[in-house]
Design a protein around this ligand. Sequence first.
Ligand code: FO1
Length: 313
Amino acid sequence: MKVAAFAGGVGGAKLAGGLQATLAPTDLCVVVNTADDFDIWGLRVCPDLDTVMYALAALANPETGWGIKDDSFGALGMISTYGEEDWFRLGDKDLATHILRTHRLRAGMRLTEVTAGLADGLGVRTTLLPMCDERVSTMLKTRAGLLDFQEYFARRGQKDEVLGVELCGIDNARIPAEVSKAIAGAEAIIFCPSNPVVSLGPILAVPGMHELLAGSSAPKIAVSPIVGGRALKGPADKMLRSLGHEVSATGVARMYSGLVNGFVVDQVDREEQVSISALGMHVLVTDAVMRNETDRERLAREVLRFCSGLETR
Ligand code: FO1
């Protein structure tokens, strides 16, 4: 089954890993959020692309979910010695990725091509695609002012209440041909359990994305990133609340209403089956929390089986 998956950071990377382990290598394409990307010390950093890439290359740091396992921080220590702030924890091996990415982008390659080259270098056979080649930046309205995403996320530790979200540059973003092709050719489209506002939100906001999805007759399913009223990881629950959404699987399903025809919830949220079905979605209730590799593969298999079932209905 040819699958296109939409993913943000750590939650998306986990399910992408499970899908990769389950599918034939040429059958999976992961489209990743790039609105968290930013520049630091002249380097272009793409945290979500790297989080997914390292997970698919079995290089991810198991403690954080982002960065590279067993990385060292010698360069960052030296940068700090020079008097720069070190709140964004870039490891030595990770730095190599950003140096090469920046070098290749400056040489005129598209982010799509650069990402393919880096993933290939790490032996990743899954197709990894940025949502667009243009620069898009998530900016968050808070009481402390308009914050750049990483300022909010990594520097200030997600403590600010998010009152609004702006996607700077989104109007100029274009769906890359590779993404159009992957979605048009997909036999299942999966929204990974990523933050619906700042991870999958930007992917869905690329002009033409809704139309592209609507043009596909493939089953489309989303996996809830909210379990028992809480985010599996990160600030999604706080963000949903402050932006006026219901903090529940149903709340997320509502945000994807008209975009997906299937929704996956955890056992603890089984009672929400009724409210989600009322949105016109088929519901799969399962153990949706991925604690380890076994969980990832099991969930991926169940999700794919769910998609096959929707196909034949
Ligand atoms: N997240 C943090 O909370 N603190 C960090 O210092 C940090 C460093 C970092 C370095 C490379 C990378 O690829 C990701 C990194 N992240 C860090 C994660 C990143 O900010 C978030 O995962 C995403 O942007 C949200 O999906």
